[in-house]
Design a protein around this ligand. Structure first.
Ligand code: ADP
Ligand code: ADP
Length: 226
């Protein structure tokens, strides 16, 4: 079933002559277990679409639904709460905490969410294992390769069982071979967790492996063939 739905979403910035219309009646629906690649030129609105999907920004009109919850009716606190409990975010640069190990980085959001240390550790090891980096659990970010760092960041994003996983150029910083490994890890995670994933990428080879490719044209989200 669709876990992320954007319905007739309008989003513009500025007013009058300087208005930038980014999304005009944009529609998108992503099912659980589905990975959708978002491929579009710089400035087309990829970050805007990710921010709206992650409830960091609100549309001027239209609806963003996560797990069937209509978010336009929520206040700031409700949106923040829903984001924390349902959305996982992966950046182009990993943003791991340098003084903590991989295991601790993945455990952190779980501890903040109120899990016991043992519970958090168990979940973290499960994820590191799934992503092929269990042997690196006690390493700090500086002791990990770029691909390993990014897989730790993916594990951290997935730590609290998000239903929606958003990623902005998650392999933008990696060589092709490492990108492959990281993308495959992300795919298996999404399959196992049954989350809906929207991944912005410039990497056409990787995008081809997604369940679906979309782009932005004239303020709409449209299906895309590479
Ligand atoms: P992308 O991620 O595809 O590069 P963005 O979503 O960042 O595109 O931006 C889409 C358009 O909206 C760009 O023209 C950008 O300049 C404009 N834009 C984005 N955020 C803002 C903002 N906060 N204020 C004004 N314009 C913005
Ligand atoms: P930025 O890197 O754009 O400055 P912030 O630091 O403002 O992002 O992000 C604040 C919080 O929101 C972080 O916990 C981050 O994980 C999360 N986050 C960032 N972008 C998104 C998004 N599009 N959807 C959901 N959560 C996001």
């Amino acid at each position: 079933e669709p876990l992320l739905v954007l319905r007739d979403v309008h989003r513009h910035y500025g007013t009058g002559d300087t208005t930038v219309r980014v999304l005009e009646a944009a529609n998108l629906s992503v099912n659980g277990g589905e990975l959708v690649a978002l491929v579009a030129p710089s400035g087309a609105g990829k970050s805007t679409l990710l921010h709206l999907s992650g409830l960091l920004e609100s549309p001027q009109s239209g609806e963003v639904e996560i797990m069937g919850i209509k978010t336009s009716k929520l206040g700031d606190r409700g949106r923040t709460q829903l984001r924390r409990s349902t959305v996982g975010y992966v950046y182009q640069f990993h943003h791991l905490l340098p003084e903590f190990t991989a295991l601790e980085n993945v455990s952190m959001p779980q501890m903040i969410a109120g899990k016991s240390p043992d519970e958090a550790k168990g979940r973290s090891m499960e994820l590191l294992d799934l992503l092929g980096i269990a042997a690196r659990a006690s390493h700090r970010p500086a002791e990990l390769s770029g691909g390993e760092q990014q897989r730790v960041a993916i594990a951290r994003a997935a730590a609290n069982h998000p239903k929606v996983i958003l990623a902005d150029e998650p392999t933008g910083n990696l060589d092709p071979e490492t990108s492959d490994i990281v993308f495959e890890a992300l795919q298996s995670l999404i399959r196992v967790e049954g989350a809906a994933a929207l991944i912005a990428t410039h990497n056409h080879e990787l995008a081809r492996r997604a369940n679906r490719i979309v782009t932005l044209r004239g303020g709409l989200v449209v299906d895309h063939q590479l």
